[in-house]
Design a protein around this ligand. Structure first.
Ligand SMILES: Nc1ncnc2c1ncn2[C@@H]1O[C@H](COP(=O)(O)OP(=O)(O)OP(=O)(O)O)[C@@H](O)[C@H]1O
Ligand SMILES: [Mg+2]
Length: 366
């Protein structure tokens, strides 16, 4: 995956802005490059501009400023039917009066594909989503999940180079959603399709994508593969948005290369890694994942600062223990510990000492 807005991406957003009313920008200076065959997800809260970006890419909206390029060409120079884009939207209606096979035939007829070719492609697409036996039915005779699969088959039947999906699994129950997440990524990779996928479900984004663009307020806050996004959030928005994170507030009192010391507001001292704090005196929110906090004395690293904590709640969850602590005045400090014979089960009221590797604790903008 190339860096933002390089010219070699298959899909490129180059300094794209969008305003609907001529005043407020709902997309602000967006740079994004999606490589051929890549599965990219736009993830972000409601109203952050995800659908707007997809609509501009599809050609249903135009950018107010900047360029969108597809295969190196500005998209507004390519007529919609030549863009080769397949689309699946949330509750994207199938044509109710047509059979499933006719629904799939439609995009092929539009592209002037002959009858015998059409039949072969329809069969292949329906088989792909395991709906091969349903070609003669009408949409109303299918379950919601089956309709979603047909919508997916219809988006893929003409073998588009690019598929856009906007919350395509939103209406499905958890089990079917997870199955479809797997099917979609599997198909996209198998067929070498470039996919731009929109969701506000972070688990979905993490499990499906090669890269995730985290949106907030019309900007990409971070663009990275799932593991990097989770383990190395670059700012406090991303740290808060992806997964669970404990936060403590304080002031940077020392910076030494990739280590810094933070004095928390209640006076305690901790070690952290400076991410987007620049100098001594900067206010910071430090963030630590619940599974990276250690309370077993033997496992606490020599020489790093520890913090006193009071156990408020201990929840046995089977595979893990989830413990809520009061740490530096924060009553919502969570730690997760793997359930193992040598791990102590804590009791509310107990006083413990916690610590972490400085590399697991990130000092971010306040
Ligand atoms: N056709 C439109 N006319 C005017 N404003 C619009 C239009 N479509 C979207 N907006 C505004 O643009 C902003 C971004 O909307 P968009 O639909 O892109 O968000 P989103 O990230 O897809 O949100 P959601 O997760 O709720 O679908 C919102 O403030 C929205 O109100
Ligand atoms: Mg949307």
């Amino acid at each position: 995956m190339a860096d933002a807005a390089s010219n070699d991406g298959f899909v490129v957003f180059d300094r794209v802005q969008k305003s609907y009313d001529g005043e407020t920008l709902v997309v602000k200076d967006l740079n994004l490059s999606v490589a051929k065959g890549e599965f990219l997800t736009m993830l972000g809260p409601s109203g952050s501009g995800k659908t707007t970006c997809l609509m501009m890419l599809a050609g249903f909206e135009t950018a107010t400023h900047g360029d969108i390029r597809l295969g190196g060409q500005p998209i507004n120079n390519i007529p919609p039917h030549k863009r080769g884009i397949g689309m699946v939207f949330q509750n994207y209606a199938l044509f109710p009066h047509m059979t499933i096979a006719e629904n799939l035939s439609f995009p092929l007829e539009v592209r002037k594909i002959g009858k015998s070719d059409r039949e072969a492609k329809i069969k292949r697409a329906l088989d792909m989503v395991e709906m091969g036996d349903f070609g003669g039915r009408r949409p109303a005779q299918l379950s919601g999940g089956q309709q979603q699969r047909v919508a997916l088959a219809r988006a893929l039947v003409f073998e588009p180079e690019l598929v856009l999906m906007d919350e395509p699994l939103g209406a499905l129950d958890k089990q079917l959603r997870e199955k479809m997440q797997f099917e979609i990524t599997h198909l996209a990779h198998e067929l070498g399709i470039t996919t731009v996928y929109v969701t506000h479900d972070q688990t979905e984004a993490l499990t499906m994508s090669d890269n995730v663009a985290v949106f907030d307020d019309g900007r990409i806050q971070q663009l990275a593969p799932p593991d990097q996004l989770y383990e190395r959030p670059e700012n406090s928005f991303v740290a808060q948005f992806i997964g669970e994170n404990n936060t403590l507030e304080g002031v940077v009192t020392e910076i030494n290369g990739d280590k810094c010391i933070v004095k928390l507001d209640d006076g305690e001292i901790i070690d952290a890694t400076p991410i987007n704090v620049n100098k001594v005196g900067d206010r910071t929110i430090v963030s630590i994942r619940p599974e990276r906090v250690e309370y077993n004395k033997e496992r606490l690293q020599e020489g790093v600062h520890t913090l006193k904590a009071e156990v408020l709640e201990f929840i046995y969850m089977g595979d893990i223990f989830r413990t809520r602590l009061r740490v530096a005045g924060n009553d919502e400090f969570i730690i997760k510990t793997r359930n193992a014979p040598d791990v102590e089960r804590l009791t509310p009221g107990q006083q413990i000492e916690i610590g972490w590797l400085p590399s697991d604790c990130r000092a971010l903008d306040a």
